[in-house]
Design a protein around this ligand. Structure first.
Ligand code: MGD
Ligand code: MGD
Ligand code: SF4
Ligand code: MO
Length: 735
């Protein structure tokens, strides 16, 4: 997402560049919430009845920011509709988008600042005022920075339209230690594509003729416009091939589904490259003019025949050969889908690199029906020069823990390790916004251990997540429909570079505040106010200075389309790689000591009697926390364990039986779901259940918590979590 995201630089990089009521947390009744709703008299009047208005806004229920129109009556938002003017989301607002209303009106919503009273995790809280909360926060940050330097505070955030303010604050406060959600997400794929094409591309699914989706489930894990375009493209005759150990909804609309052996995608991809090169099915001019290292690639893939690949990935050699030929024939309107995540293995970057190289030889770069670069626009923001603090350590605490980490995002797993080891230096404070690592980082026992090493934790959230539950100070944030946000650029394939922002649709409920307000107030207390000396209107003005017509368009249509070119934006230009070309062979990897061409190493075999546990999405939940949204929860009220009928019958397990799942790091109980939609050696459950926060009343102690089972494994190059490297046993507990 093209948001305000200036990120802190480490010193190394900087130098290189020049009466205590104890209450059970935050629980209130629906009546209390409705009473708290105030009539917003300032709202723009548009519709039929005098107290009814509609407002352009956009959805904040996941990363896609689909545009919407909110209908409000007597100050209460009662219906959300898609805004068809927004090319990225077209006429779509998904189930989660509609349930955005309940992100606001959820009875479990955090209402006031809360200060922990008993032990961490005991759930005893004292309601305090915002002034008290901010004074306390400022004092704690100061105390920690004096005792341990400013890098003694970790800042973390999830992805939203105000996350850039957390980066800005961390930078001016003086901590290099920022961990954002990317290292739990798709940093491996980003790494692979940045190192092959110079950037992470969009896929022009709408206009393609052939698409392979491997480890991506666009029909359930939504990415707009790809999710919408996939259905249209298939209807229009494009061929869809899906590789997934599970029969997903994407597999259901595919022409061919292969339940690939998990962790072996690289074998399949290298074999496709082998066939395309051996059979001379590539565009010679394109390879000569726009790629680097083709000869080395051709030699390298000689060993990776379809027959060999079949033995690894369990996809028939004949199918591999057929797919390679069909794909090459459709090229350049052919795509090996780049993401979003593709895989969660210790070798994920190289698995994704093999896919990027395949795209490279298909010649589909920067062209209709292929992979597209990002439009070359950036929104400026109020400028500043961050202070330099002499006593700070040299670098981030997780620096150089892996060879190819993105310094701006770090590695949450490696940061956790550094905090536990108190090496290279102690980190004792944690400011956490819009992120729930208790539920999103494997091996929860290690996250709890990290928490034990921290002297002060502040979480800013809309509900009492498990991470908030383990914090010392919890601050109530505004939900998306309550916020005034900066402008964001929403790119997305042929949708290209639209600009949007939104004003509040309803008045913030209870005492909820935006992270911008919180950090601005905090900056005053820490004598950093000069870095937040603007309001959101002024911020937007700077952002839009090159687009004088945008503000009016956004007000009138909810979106501004600058009409940027989509195809051919790199025509005659160098790519942002070191050679300026598509790097089939990577000099950068060679330099970093990594394989410059992906070398296949088989994954560890599933030990007898065990299963590989994989994670994945459903269309009705976002990540790990919307499971407590009452409207969405009704659709899937708990999680179940997918198990294939063959092992299930051997273990005497039927659908609905209670089973125990055990991994090397934990044990959980969950109901079994026997299904042919999964490989016999693999098992699956949804995330976000089995919560420990009693204030998440719908998911507290309901179902199994997957992060208590997943082992702490990472992609070796980037430090991104590797969630598919855990083996579990399954045992029936009762029918
Ligand atoms: N509804 C919804 N949509 C979302 C999100 C959400 O939470 N909910 N989150 C958004 C975010 S942040 C992201 S990162 C994206 C994620 O988007 P995706 O990565 O497309 O989503 P997942 O469901 O995690 O899909 C991963 C798939 O990989 C399969 N898999 C596991 N191992 C292997 C393997 O070795 N090979 C192959 N070929 N497949 C394998 C799993 O069974 C699973 O179906 O979704 C985005 N969209
Ligand atoms: N087990 C498991 N773990 C995973 C994944 C998986 O598939 N399974 N996927 C991985 C991926 S791809 C990703 S991107 C990460 C995501 O990991 P997280 O970003 O940690 O996941 P979320 O559940 O979205 O948690 C975000 C937090 O933000 C809060 N929140 C929601 N809306 C708002 C708001 O408007 N303001 C504020 N302040 N807070 C808000 C939510 O209540 C929640 O506590 O998880 C990763 N971890
Ligand atoms: S995909 Fe759904 S949840 Fe995500 S932004 Fe769009 S409407 Fe909202
Ligand atoms: Mo993600």
């Amino acid at each position: 997402m093209g948001v305000i995201n200036k990120r802190p630089l480490s010193r190394r990089t900087f130098l290189k560049l020049g009466s205590a009521t104890t209450i059970s947390a935050a629980i209130g009744s629906q009546t209390k919430i409705l009473r708290a709703l105030e009539i917003d008299k300032s709202a723009k009047k548009k519709s039929h009845s005098s107290n009814e208005t509609s407002h352009f806004s956009f959805c904040g229920m996941c990363v896609n920011t689909c545009a919407l129109i909110a209908r409000v009556r007597d100050g209460v938002a009662y219906k959300l509709d898609p805004n068809p003017n927004f090319k990225k989301s077209r006429g779509m607002l998904c189930a989660r988008g509609n349930a955005g209303l309940m992100a606001c009106y959820n009875p479990d919503r955090l209402k006031t600042p809360l200060l922990r009273q008993g032990e961490r995790g005991e759930g005893k809280w004292k309601r305090i005022s915002w002034d008290e909360a901010l004074d306390l926060l400022a004092n704690k940050l100061t105390e920690i920075s004096k005792k341990y330097t400013r890098c003694g505070v970790l800042f973390s955030h999830g992805e939203d339209t105000q996350m850039g303010f957390v980066d800005r604050f961390a930078e001016v406060f003086g901590s290099y230690n920022i961990a954002s959600h990317e290292s739990q997400c798709f940093n491996t794929t980003v790494r692979a594509y940045v190192d092959t094409f110079g950037e992470y591309p969009f896929a022009d699914i709408l206009n393609t003729k052939y698409i392979i989706m491997a480890g991506a489930n666009r029909a359930e894990a939504f990415f707009t416009p790809d999710t919408i375009d996939l259905v249209t493209a298939v209807k229009n005759g494009a061929k869809l091939v899906v590789l997934d150990p599970r029969f997903t909804k994407t597999a259901a609309i595919a022409h061919e589904w292969y339940p690939i052996k998990p962790g072996t995608d690289m074998a399949f991809t290298l074999a496709l490259i082998h066939v395309i090169i051996k059979e001379n099915l590539y565009d010679k001019d394109f390879i000569r003019n726009r790629t680097y290292g083709f000869e080395k690639l051709a030699e390298h893939v000689q060993q990776y025949t379809p027959q060999w690949a079949e033995g690894q990935c369990e996809i028939p050699a004949k199918s591999i050969e057929k797919i390679a030929k069909e794909m090459a024939k459709a090229a350049p309107k052919a795509i090996f889908y780049p993401g979003r995540r593709n895989s969660f293995y210790e070798d994920s970057t190289q698995i994704a690199r093999a896919g990027a190289i395949l795209n490279g030889i298909l010649g589909n770069w920067d062209t209709e029906g292929g992979l597209l670069g990002k439009p070359h626009i950036r929104l400026p923001q109020p400028d500043y020069t961050a202070p330099f603090y002499d006593d700070n350590p040299e670098d981030r605490a997780d620096a150089e823990s892996v060879p190819m980490m993105f310094e701006e995002t770090g590695s949450f797993s490696k940061m956790r390790e550094a905090i536990i080891a108190e090496k290279p230096y102690p980190i004792k404070g944690w400011f956490n916004y819009h992120l729930n690592p208790m539920m999103s980082i494997p091996d929860q026992s290690k996250t709890l251990e990290m928490i034990d090493h921290l002297e002060f934790i502040c979480t800013v959230d809309i509900i009492m997540s498990d991470t908030a539950w383990m914090s010392d100070l919890v601050l109530p944030a505004q939900a998306h429909l309550e916020r005034k946000d900066p402008v964001i650029i929403e790119p997305g394939a042929s949708a290209c570079g639209c600009l949007v922002y939104h004003d509040p649709v309803i008045k913030p409920l209870f005492e909820a505040k935006s992270i911008f307000w919180i950090l601005k107030e905090l900056s005053k207390r820490l004598k950093l106010e000069e870095y937040f000396n603007f309001d959101i209107d002024e911020f937007r003005k700077v952002q839009l200075k090159h687009f004088p017509e945008a503000d009016k368009a956004i007000r009138e249509k909810g979106v501004y389309d600058p009409g940027l070119p989509v195809y051919g934006i790199y025509q005659g230009k160098r790519l942002k790689t070191s050679t300026g070309k598509i790097e089939l062979y990577s000099p950068r990897y060679e330099e970093a000591g990594a394989d410059p061409l992906p070398v296949y190493r088989p994954p560890q075999d599933v030990p007898p009697g065990k299963f590989r546990l994989v994670v994945g999405r459903t269309a009705i939940y976002t990540h790990n926390t919307t499971q407590n949204n009452p409207w969405l929860h009704e659709l899937t009220p708990t999680n179940t364990l997918w198990i294939h009928p063959d092992p299930a019958s051997k273990l005497g397990i039927k659908t609905g039986d209670l089973v125990e799942v055990e991994s090397p790091v934990g044990k959980e109980k969950i109901l079994a779901e026997v299904t042919e939609g999964i490989r016999p050696d693999t098992t699956f459950m949804l995330s976000g259940f089995g919560s420990m926060s009693k204030s998440m009343r719908l998911v507290y102690n309901n179902g199994a918590c997957i992060t208590r089972l997943l082992e702490d494994k990472i992609d070796k190059l980037t430090g991104t979590v590797a969630m598919h490297e855990t083996f579990v046993t399954i045992r029936k507990v009762r029918s």
